[in-house]
Design a protein. Sequence first.
Length: 364
Amino acid sequence: MCLSTRITAASHSSLSGVKTGSGKGHTQRDSTGVSNAGAHTVDKDVMSVKVKRRVHVAAAAIISADLQQVLIARRPSNVDHGGLWEFPGGKLAPYETGLEGLKRELHEELGIEIITAQPLIRVHHEYPDKHILLDVWQVHEFAGEPFGREGQAVRWVPMSELSNYPFPAANLPILRAVRLPTEYLITGEESDEARFDAFLEHALREDRIRLVQLRAKQLDDTAYLARAQRALAMCRDHGARLLLNGEPSLLDQVDADGIHLTSERLMQLERRPIAESKWLSASTHNQTQLTQAAVLGCDFVSLSPLRTTPSHPEVSPLGWHDFQQLVERAGMPVFALGGMTRFDANHARAVGAQGIASIRDFWK
């Protein structure tokens, strides 16, 4: 929620060094004593502009070694959002980076020392009286046994049960990010079914892909549904999620994990087209489409093209700088797409992405 402010042309002039008067017709003089009567007059109430506090918070997604559980903590009852659960962390001191502040907070709150950590997601959230920036890191390795040093409840929770715990609204994008992998396979356009099955099996078994989008634009509806049923069975065997690239109604015929929307279909919709229990993703290429994805409540998106690709050589790439600027305010996990390989994954995470999405690097 944003607070409304009242700033007129007159108040704008006051910010450039002109004194304001106590009412209409009050004569002003500049530093030379020259009268500027009638040139700049401002009502007193115009200048009552409220500025929100900006709070930078570091938070940790501490994942178990088997990637099946995450550590959460309960907020004390005497603070904002008391009694709700959250990802451990706290406010940064003015001189601290996100990781420095997180190391200090986890030592003070949980009695553990971070050994390795990686950026996960940055979340901007507006409250009536403040703007919160959650700087979230995924902790891969730590020393010590976490416990509530300040008396707070802490708990290891299975990923599948996170939705059973109440969290502050600002934590919702983090709940999505911790459940998503860093690699996202978009299937290639294969006409031969045996070849398709072999490539998908290799990606699931050898590359350990755990998030798949079934894209097959050349197939008719009957052939697509048949391929989707086989792909779903293969994904289930390997613990992977399958999203169908197509109309939301496909879920009435194939019980996949979700739907992926093209950027064109994304812009046509007015509300989320599938249940909250299913994953909704979309293709995006600019700020307008990212905003629409947030309006629909997409769980994550791909953003492309980061680099020039053979399939779309005429499209100007975003590059890492513009990609990072768009991701910063996305408010949801974003996969980098367009010329990406596994060698780009760490850099993508460093600039705020969930990870990379690719066809060619995983489809072989």
